[in-house]
Design a binder for this molecule. Structure first.
Ligand SMILES: [Zn+2]
Length: 692
């Protein structure tokens, strides 16, 4: 069992169903959608039969909760995000053959049928247990509806299904001091019946299939996680929930209950394939049941257990389905050193990127691929994004193409010249070009997308080096015949780049094919043609004028993005900052003891050897006095001279660093954490005026 399919008849490629409680960000793209799309595009280019399916995951507690919080229906939440997500994928060039949603009828039917089949076969355990119940909301509490202290690590904000601090998978009843996230109340317990998938019964199957069968071809991070789950002892897992949002449990006693979102979501791949096959007049079953079909799941590392343990157990239990050949899960991408987070808005959102960097999809695709978190967590930084663009896409690929196209138009009016005899260098260069399809394929077939993208860029480097060494712009003065050969060779490389670049840089590849006028040519060049065809671009073929493939990204554009993140950070800090509780009550007499006056700062200088202190001379209307104030981090001395301020003038003088401070200036703090004066900004208020 689990022999690797060497020559599959067809491919079913799935990409994790995005959850419709927020838009898509770069973490999702780098982890799942960009590599999956590269793989699907590559396979199609090599003539393979591919079904690349995905869809929105629209069930589960988080949707229910978001709806409750925003006072709308779950349907409104999923419609909103399904629309945003679907459009952003399209605009980004992710070529799903079908993008469905789990609220679709075909999915409700498919998932219900799966449940019924397993139920009828006696593959579930039925158990009545005491579950947490919110009396006020009249609702059972599971998953994200309950928060409490993790019994494993003591983290105080663990959820009913998982502790995000230590990664443990939990049951709601495991939590210490549980609280309902709906009403904040302490839940009681109430008996309820649920169905469980006894994963322990699948241990033998999973050991043989994964631990023995895929030891060498699955990524070490994926294999390792599976091994630790299996070795840790598999336990029955509830596949139903007491909820009113989801797919109703289709058997007797299931009233008021729905399928657990992780039971139904992976079945969504099958429903999506059905939807596609129906539309395209294909047979969906061959993509899920034929042993010669290669099934590959692209996911992030947080979904490994569901795709490698639970879903295969469901498929195995149902019978008749193939199992995934590989699950090339990626690690996480961070953003500027911090964990990406939808709820904290710490992200680069795809739909915003597409607006802010129009027609630059490929730059993000390339950056995310070049820096993909394939073997460890990685960091996305805007500086790296800029560098990848300016130093690689512009300086290497863009530069090479531009030289080739401009020179061909300049010397030959865009007509590919007839070459003469090839020198050794010419021949070596052409031979090297022919090797690239295999080199890049070999990386892609092993899910090494970073390596594959670098190999692709090496082909552009080869082109640049060839032109730099042969210097057609110099040779043209002495030997026109030789230049024809040089340009002919360079044009072959340019065509190779147009073909082999499609999986990585589809928009650029398409533009380049337009420039080279190869798109409408009688025979479209395919992946293997790059190695097999004697000539990719024949002499006498006419190409078009040059177009800009990439533009330089300026520092100011990067700064704008960094400022945006900085603002998010501040906003989060402020949200977390609790408002200081009110102090003890004072009497009116207490208040009248404070003598506050309007004053003007007339001199200001930094206190030597301190970071925070400024020494001010303030005209209080009564006198001019010295006040030492801890505001140097918020103001430069020169910018506050002449400012009107509020001064507490009868505070007992006190020495600060040897200077006697005779009063205090009233300050508050802005949202951004900057100190600001409590300042009597009105015109015509004189110094010395009291405040009451
Ligand atoms: Zn924990």
């Amino acid at each position: 069992m689990a022999e690797t399919l060497n020559n599959p008849s067809r491919y079913t490629i799935t990409a994790a169903l995005p959850y419709t409680n927020g838009p898509i960000h770069i973490g999702h793209l780098a982890g799942v959608y960009v590599p999956a799309d590269i793989y699907a595009r590559y396979l199609r280019l090599t003539g393979k039969d591919v079904a690349f399916v995905c869809g929105s995951d629209e069930h589960g507690v988080a949707i229910s909760m978001k709806a409750k919080k925003e006072g709308v229906t779950p349907q409104e939440i999923i419609d909103k995000y399904h629309t945003i997500i679907k459009k952003s994928f399209q605009d980004f060039g992710i070529t799903f053959d079908n993008y469905s949603r789990t609220s679709a009828e075909v999915h409700h039917e498919t998932a219900s049928d799966f449940f019924k089949k397993l139920y009828e076969q006696g593959d579930f355990i039925e158990e009545t247990t005491a579950q947490l119940y919110d009396e006020e909301a009249k609702q059972f509490l599971a998953d994200r509806f309950v928060i409490g202290t993790c019994p494993k690590c003591g983290h105080e904000e663990a959820y009913g299904d998982q502790c995000e601090n230590c990664g443990s998978s939990l049951n709601a009843t495991d939590l210490i001091n549980p609280k309902s996230t709906i009403t904040g109340s302490t839940p009681t317990t109430k008996e309820t019946k649920h169905w469980f998938l006894p994963l322990d019964r699948y241990e033998g199957f999973l050991r043989e299939w994964i631990l023995e069968g895929h030891k060498n071809d699955w990524k070490p991070n994926v294999y390792g996680q599976c091994k630790s789950w299996i070795d840790g002892g598999l336990e029955p897992r509830a596949v139903t929930r007491d909820l009113d949002w989801g797919i109703p449990v289709p058997v007797e006693g299931g009233e008021g209950k729905v399928l657990y979102v992780w039971f139904d979501a992976p079945i969504g791949y099958i429903s999506s394939t059905k939807e596609w096959a129906k539309r395209e007049g294909k047979d969906w079953e061959s993509y899920w049941k034929d042993e010669n079909t290669k099934l590959v799941h692209f996911i992030g590392k947080d979904n490994i257990v569901f795709h490698c343990i639970i879903f295969p157990a469901i498929l195995k239990s149902h019978g008749g389905y193939i199992l995934p050949e590989n699950v090339p899960a990626n690690e996480f991408l961070n953003l500027e050193g911090n964990k990406l987070s939808t709820s904290k808005n710490w992200a680069v959102w795809l739909h915003e990127y597409l607006e802010e960097f129009p027609d630059m999809q490929d730059v993000l695709r390339y950056t995310l691929t070049a820096n993909a978190p394939e073997t460890k967590d990685n960091d996305f930084t805007w500086k790296d994004f800029q560098a990848r663009n300016n130093n690689e896409l512009v300086a290497i690929l863009g530069n090479f193409i531009n030289r080739v196209v401009v020179l061909t138009n300049k010397y030959y009016d865009g007509v590919v010249p007839e070459p003469s005899n090839f020198t050794d260098v010419d021949q070596e260069t052409l031979d090297a070009l022919k090797k690239y399809p295999e080199v890049i394929s070999s990386s892609l077939e092993r899910y090494r997308f970073r390596e594959a993208a670098q190999e692709f860029m090496n082909l552009a480097r080869l082109g640049n080096k060839y032109l730099a060494d042969e210097e057609p712009w110099k040779v043209v003065k002495q030997d026109e015949q030789r230049v024809k050969t040089i340009m002919f060779v360079a044009l072959q490389i340019a065509t190779g780049l147009a073909v082999l670049g499609e999986p990585f840089l589809p928009f650029t590849s398409s533009k380049l094919k337009e420039i080279l006028a190869v798109r409408s040519s009688a025979v479209e060049t395919s992946w293997n043609d790059v190695s097999e065809k004697e000539t990719l671009l024949e002499a006498d073929h006419k190409i078009n004028q040059s177009q800009l493939l990439f533009r330089k990204i300026e520092d100011s554009e990067i700064q704008t993005q960094l400022d945006k993140l900085e603002a998010t950070k501040k906003a989060n800090e402020n949200e977390n900052k609790a408002v200081t509780p009110q102090k003890d009550t004072i009497t009116f007499d207490d208040f009248t003891k404070l003598d506050m006056r309007v004053g003007t700062i007339i001199e200001a200088e930094k206190m030597p050897k301190t970071k925070k202190l400024l020494v001010l001379k303030v005209d209080t209307g009564i006198d001019t006095r010295t006040i030492v104030s801890g505001i140097a981090e918020s103001f430069k001395p020169e910018e506050i001279i002449g400012k009107k301020v509020t001064v507490l003038v009868n505070l007992a003088p006190r020495p600060l660093r040897g200077v006697e401070s005779q009063g205090m200036i009233l300050m508050t703090e802005s949202k951004e954490g900057k100190l600001v004066f409590v300042n009597p900004d009105e015109e015509g208020v004189d110094n010395g005026e009291g405040i009451s």
